[in-house]
Design a binder for this molecule. Structure first.
Ligand code: FAD
Length: 437
């Protein structure tokens, strides 16, 4: 149908006048929308809380989506036919992505892991957050935090559309780098030696039938890495069966906190990834000769800065399977310590073994209304290398929401631990469904 109305000129002229930041109020503000932050935000919303979920990225999902980690680890107990250790959003993700063919189960030994389609996970996160009524603030980098007597009152974010102030009763630091705890002035830890990150790459057009085994690949990389200028000598590539897609994790890149160094490292990661692809193409032409890079993830960051909590979880406690009275998460994932440029330390646990994260490792020393969740909780390097995988990250997010819900306007240090234990029982005491697929 033709439109006959006179067109408007379509413009107006404005001049900026200084304006204070806009303000949002919430019960719980979650900083960081990775898997831990999404779990915390969704659970808090399900508890009826008003939630703001903020992230520096213009998208949700953190590393699980944007770094294309591609595999849920630490979600099942070890051994034949392990059971699911973490519920909450893990149940929904497994159900919904499974129904769409977006999952591929790999059964150990020693672990069951679940490969996922990262595009489907991204849309799952977006739709779940949207339908939960969570207010989302994207492209929002923290620039100021106000704290009084250990209580955070508000966090101020810079966004490309102006500054925003979020006032809340409770806060979750799910930034991965303890960015909120650090800005609030609480003590934090940094590693004395680098813990290397990795640049993930997704290859398409891989010939599945010709794919080398993980052991063959690692052995060949061990021999030939110097020839291709590769730093790491023991990486791996996982096949997403039936799709001709492989997820390549063959690089080791430092992940410094200094802004220019961090930016340079992200470029270094891609250069390393290209060398890995050249290695795969030349050494395994039948499998990778026609392969193309479908996507480079954003830098994969394992460990940078993390909180000093009320409890420093140790590798001895992991090995002993210490069951804390305030346990909120559990896993059987191996110690996976990336402290050497050329390789990593891998120490799997036997069938039946489980280890636990206490709530006190999520509470920054001196904080009243702040809980950390995900890869920035308090643990030594080796312990953190196990409990930061996505299964326990989901459980920690779940626990953070319940702890802040119980605390209300009070202190997270004074909540009823028995009440918290009852709420997190599905992630700590019960046997979930057996792995499918
Ligand atoms: C290369 C690599 C491979 C891995 N492989 C596996 C695997 O196979 N399986 C597995 O389960 N786990 C794996 N892990 C570990 C796991 O992916 C991470 O530990 C986990 O995803 C961390 O989730 P998170 O929510 O704690 O943090 P992240 O996913 O890092 O999310 C933190 C979010 O906080 C935001 N943020 C940070 N600072 C600020 C700020 N100042 N202001 C606002 N927002 C901010 C970030 O933008 C980010 O989105 C791997 C990790 C790496 C690096």
């Amino acid at each position: 149908m033709a439109v006959t109305a006179t067109p408007s000129t379509g413009t107006r002229i404005l001049r900026r006048s200084p304006a204070p930041p806009s303000t949002a109020e919430a019960d719980i503000c979650v900083v960081g929308a990775g898997i831990a932050g999404v779990s915390a935000a969704v659970e808090a919303a399900r508890l009826g809380r008003r939630v703001v979920l903020a992230d520096a990225q213009p998208s949700l999902g953190g590393q699980a989506v944007n770094s294309i980690i591609g595999t849920f680890a630490g979600l099942y107990s070890n051994g034949e036919n392990g059971f699911q250790l973490t519920r909450g959003i893990a149940d929904d993700i497994l159900r919904d992505l499974g129904a769409k063919g977006g999952l591929h189960y790999r059964h150990g030994p020693p672990h069951t892991t679940v490969l996922y389609d990262e595009v489907m996970l991204s849309r799952w996160v977006e739709e779940t957050v949207r339908s939960s009524g969570i207010r989302v603030l994207l492209g929002a980098v923290m620039r100021d935090v106000s704290v009084q007597a250990g209580r955070i009152g508000r966090v101020e974010f810079a966004t490309r559309y102006g500054d925003v102030r979020v006032e809340a009763q409770g806060f979750v630091d799910a930034s991965g780098d303890a960015a909120l705890a650090w800005m609030a002035g609480f003590p934090c830890r940094e590693p004395e030696e680098p813990v290397y990150g990795s640049q993930m790459v997704v290859l398409e057009n891989v010939d599945e039938a010709a794919m080398p085994s993980r052991a063959q690949l690692a052995e060949r990389q061990g021999e030939k890495a110097p020839q291709y200028g590769m730093v790491r000598r023991d990486g791996f590539a996982f096949l997403f069966a039936g799709r001709g897609i492989a997820l390549v994790n063959m690089t080791h890149v430092e992940t410094p906190l200094e802004p220019f160094a961090a930016s340079a490292a992200s470029l270094e990661g891609k250069a390393q990834a290209d060398k890995a692809v050249a290695f795969l193409r030349a050494e395994y032409p039948a499998a990778f000769g026609r392969a193309r890079v479908r996507a480079y993830g954003q830098p994969g960051i394992r460990q940078t800065r993390w909180i000093k909590g009320l409890h420093h979880l140790t590798v001895a406690e992991l090995r002993a399977g210490t069951r804390f009275p305030d346990a909120v998460a559990r896993t059987a994932w191996a110690i996976e310590l990336h402290t050497h440029a050329e390789g990593y330390i891998w120490e799997p646990f036997p069938p039946g073994h489980l280890h636990y994260v206490p709530f006190r490792s999520m509470v920054p020393e001196g904080a009243e209304n702040l809980v950390a969740a995900g890869r920035c909780i308090d643990a030594d390097n080796a312990a953190l290398s196990s409990v930061r995988v996505m299964g326990p990250c989901i459980a920690m997010g779940y626990a953070a929401a319940h702890a802040l819900d119980l605390a209300g306007s009070g202190s997270v240090r004074q909540i009823d631990i028995a009440a918290l234990a009852a709420r997190v029982a599905p992630n700590v005491s019960e046997e979930g469904p057996r792995a499918r697929g």
